[in-house]
Write a protein that binds this ligand. Structure first.
Ligand SMILES: [Zn+2]
Length: 81
């Protein structure tokens, strides 16, 4: 099931925070209202198109974010950065 992201048309909601994601079947009818507060919502087309996501992550950025960065040395061999 694809994950869809929705945001409120008016941008604020005390229950869901104004933005939420839902797992929905592909053939489900388009969601037009927040299931929590019944306010009108619109689908956010792709959260993967944000500039932040396109920016290449450096090793230090990844470490700061709490990732363990591994460098691939060869088949099945990794070195901790
Ligand atoms: Zn809501």
């Amino acid at each position: 099931m694809p994950l869809y992201e929705y945001e409120h048309c008016d941008g604020k909601c005390k229950i869901c925070g104004g933005r939420f994601t839902l797992l929905r079947p592909v053939n489900a009818p388009e969601l037009t209202h927040c299931p929590l507060c019944k306010a009108p919502v619109r689908r956010v087309l792709s959260s993967f198109n944000t500039p932040n996501f396109l920016k290449p992550l450096s090793v230090s950025d990844a470490k700061k974010a709490g990732f363990t960065v591994l460098k691939r040395l060869g088949k099945g061999e990794y070195e901790r950065q």
